[in-house]
Design a protein around this ligand. Structure first.
Ligand code: SF4
Length: 378
């Protein structure tokens, strides 16, 4: 059992090996095997056809926590709208959020624009090559820094994302919980890396995404099976060690459709925080002991300073976010007293149904609108 992993690197003439307990990995053989497999099997992805550091940065930010197949159409549309760092820095936030709508983790979009602004202001519009300078850009953590700089400029930094973490934990049969930015995993990945830094990082990620998958890895097809400690030990299914998942909280939420003429009222969520900068129908969480109508009337009072009379719910959607799920109920409502003002939202707006599609909304609100628009005379 590897209660703790002891890492010793030996340099014997030009033969470099990693010794971990009784596991020996010949680094040069491992690299050669992995890179040969990558050359033959790599997917032809749009961001692999460029060395432009801006395009690589955009792809790496979009790919965080998001599937390749989801990212591809967003990547194309985003670069068409903002082909350069300067154009992204100048972009209107609503347009930016609209192009990001549905991709999730909206802070990424805001950070990416803040990074572009900083690159224009402090670096003449050129993405810095130096890791220390790059890592000061908004949103640039150790993974993004290593991935962008290794792929675009060949900087020797191992990029350790979830895929690479899983591959390393199995290759070296690490039997403890791996922490975020785990120094031991980072050291092992760094030590395995050779001269072709960008290709090595992408090969490790590709292996994790397509062969050494979280469930049912394809060990019998794996190019580096002979190097893999957990394959030999029969512990593949137990690696990486994970904490049992806590149940995802579920929220009951109401949203009100308040009309003025043909227009409906929407509010823009504050920039910071969950789903920041997106537009939504006013409403919020149903508190203990409240009916849906009571909750909606209270939310309008608190958020907009108006009294409304809520009707019966006319639509209901379920949606799961990463850390929680919601049931969102849509209720029409009628203004009884006051003029809505933005107390919590950064802005509010009356919008015609035809124009609603131009506003970036959270997925649950978008689904609700699809349900509602057929039923309300809007
Ligand atoms: Fe992953 Fe299996 Fe390959 Fe080991 S042999 S690296 S567990 S796919």
């Amino acid at each position: 059992m590897n209660c703790c992993v002891i890492l010793i690197t030996l340099q014997l003439d030009r033969l470099s090996i990693l010794y971990i307990h009784d596991a020996v990995i010949r680094i040069s053989d491992f690299r050669r095997t992995l890179l040969a497999w990558y050359r033959e099997n790599r997917r032809d992805l749009p961001w692999r056809r460029t060395r432009d550091p801006y395009r690589i940065l955009v792809s790496e930010v979009m790919l965080q926590q998001t599937r390749v197949s989801t990212v591809i159409p967003y990547y194309g549309r985003f670069l068409k709208a903002f082909p350069t760092v300067a154009s992204l820095a100048r972009a209107r936030q609503d347009r930016l959020m609209k192009l990001w709508e549905g991709l999730g983790y909206y802070a990424r979009a805001r950070n990416l624009q803040a990074a572009a602004t900083q690159i224009v202001a402090d670096h003449g519009g050129r993405i810095p090559r130096d890791p220390e300078t790059f890592s000061k850009l908004p949103g640039a953590g150790p993974y993004t820094t290593a991935a962008v700089l290794s792929i675009a400029f060949g900087v020797p930094l191992a990029a350790v994302d979830g895929n690479v973490k899983r591959v390393i934990s199995r290759l070296f049969d690490i039997d403890r919980l791996i922490q975020p930015n785990d120094p031991e995993v980072q050291t092992l990945a760094q030590r395995l890396m050779g001269k072709r830094k960008g290709d090595f990082n992408q090969a490790m990620m590709e292996l994790g995404a397509r062969v050494c998958t979280p469930k049912r890895p394809a060990c019998l097809l794996c190019p580096v099976r002979t190097f893999c400690r957990s394959f030999k030990a029969g512990t593949v299914d137990e690696r990486p060690v994970v904490l049992s998942r806590k149940a995802r909280p579920h929220l009951c939420v109401v949203a009100g459709i308040l009309k003025k003429g043909v227009s409906v009222l929407i509010g823009r969520r504050p920039d910071r925080g969950l789903l920041g900068g997106l537009w939504e129908f006013p409403g919020g969480k149903v508190e203990r002991g409240e009916t849906l109508r009571m909750a909606l009337e209270r939310e309008f009072r608190e958020e907009l300073g108006v009294e409304v009379e809520a009707g019966e719910p006319v639509a209901r959607v379920e949606h799961a976010y990463t850390h929680f799920s919601v049931t969102l109920h849509g209720l029409p409502c009628r203004l009884r007293r006051g003029v809505p003002v933005a107390r919590i939202h950064s802005a509010i707006r009356w919008v015609s149904p035809a124009a609603l599609g131009r506003y970036a909304m959270p997925e649950a609100n978008r689904k609700l609108w699809r349900e509602l628009s057929g039923r309300l005379a809007v």
